[in-house]
Design a protein around this ligand. Structure first.
Ligand SMILES: [Ca+2]
Length: 166
């Protein structure tokens, strides 16, 4: 093999590696927070793609995040935990948890930290201050359960309830 072709092969390998890395990074970006738009109509999201009430979420440091944005920021977002079964931590929330933040990421104020079960019996709701809410589901490296189904809706109430004419 000539020196030139060796160099060419090395160059090709570098190019391929670079392209591959870019694809991986793009995939990671896609796997960032799932974007949801809250409207005045009730919609839902679930803990994992194969959620059906009986199929467990993946075992092994599975995590997923959702960014819910309201069509109108001045309205609030209310989520309701309809079904929620996480690894039983006997109420200590040591293993698999859901965090709900009052903004667009985990730097915002924490509205709720839950592992459901007997401490937070479904259904229960969490409401944002404005039209943005960030939900983070984090699991440890073992034991999965059925997961959750959560509804979300944009509500007009916060700034208008007191203005209602009876
Ligand atoms: Ca677990």
């Amino acid at each position: 093999m000539s020196h030139t072709s060796t160099l060419l092969m090395a160059h090709t390998a570098v190019v391929c590696l670079t392209v591959f890395t870019v694809i991986i990074q793009k995939k990671d970006n896609v796997n960032a927070a799932i974007q949801l738009t809250a409207t005045p109509y009730l919609q839902t999201f679930v803990s994992h793609d194969t959620y059906n009430g009986t199929t467990y979420y993946p075992e092994g440091n599975y995590s997923r995040e959702w960014l819910i944005t309201g069509q109108t920021l001045n309205y609030t977002i209310t989520i309701e935990f309809i079904v929620c079964v996480l690894e039983d931590a006997k109420g200590n929330c040591l293993f698999d948890e859901i965090f709900v933040y009052d903004g667009t990421n985990a730097s915002a104020a924490l509205l709720k930290k839950t592992c459901c079960g007997h401490l937070d019996t479904v259904p229960f709701t969490v409401q944002s201050t404005y039209g943005e809410m960030y939900v983070l589901f984090v699991t440890d490296n073992t034991v999965a359960r059925e997961g959750f189904r959560i509804s979300y809706i944009l509500e007009y109430t916060k700034y208008n309830r007191t203005c209602d004419h009876k």
